[in-house]
Design a protein around this ligand. Sequence first.
Ligand SMILES: Cc1cc2nc3c(=O)[nH]c(=O)nc-3n(C[C@H](O)[C@H](O)[C@H](O)COP(=O)(O)OP(=O)(O)OC[C@H]3O[C@@H](n4cnc5c(N)ncnc54)[C@H](O)[C@@H]3O)c2cc1C
Length: 222
Amino acid sequence: MDTYTVAVTSVRQITHDVLGIRTEKPDSFRFTSGQATELAICKNGWQEIKRPFTFTCIPSDDYLEFMIKIYPAHKGVTQELSKIKVNEQLLIGDAWGAISYGGPGLFIAGGAGITPFISIFRQLATENRLAGNRLLFANKTRADIILEAELNHLLQTNIVHVLSEETSPEYKIGFITADLISENIPPGSRKVYVCGPPPMMDAVLAYCRQLGIADTAITVEI
Ligand SMILES: Cc1cc2nc3c(=O)[nH]c(=O)nc-3n(C[C@H](O)[C@H](O)[C@H](O)COP(=O)(O)OP(=O)(O)OC[C@H]3O[C@@H](n4cnc5c(N)ncnc54)[C@H](O)[C@@H]3O)c2cc1C
């Protein structure tokens, strides 16, 4: 597996606890929308500590981009990344991952689980192929929603926000349910893409099975 050293070119606050980090892109680097890489910080004591993060840019961009939720309590890589500055370096490996677009369907994301879908939606938008896809996006509060304006713009009426800790008009309240999944599967499609924290994944996959959606129609990170 190759390792690439890339300099940070920009850091921007996406939500109160998510950073958008862009880096240089090595000429030979290739990935497909939905894939991730092992990332480490190129700094004494941190080079060997790798964590997986997903590309949110699209393959034709001339930079790499990540949206990274910071967990200060873990005192790990994400806390260290919260201090990263332009021109500092990161180490990344080759792209890998099971999530890729396989046709129109229902995307179900929880929190930072939206990251593979950001790249997929951005790519589909450039190809004018977003029609027929729908997103159920679960977060605790509106302030936690990553790229809300961009996703609303891309998906128009095909996005449903679900908030578990805030009541707000036009947002569904609570958690994702079997009914919400069944009501939002786009007509003619039984394909479901799921990415989120483990408890959400367990619940959503159980609902999908209850609804008779075949395992072969479900795309998840293994
Ligand atoms: C394929 C894949 C793609 C991913 N893509 C993204 C992405 O694009 N964006 C994103 O934000 N995330 C993504 N993640 C999740 C991301 O990898 C983790 O959030 C990240 O690894 C956390 O790293 P960390 O070193 O900060 O903390 P961790 O590795 O979670 O924790 C470091 C240490 O902190 C301690 N610890 C763990 N939990 C707690 C706790 N609750 N309280 C106190 N201490 C604790 C443990 O001792 C642990 O060893 C992805 C995960 C996978 C598997």
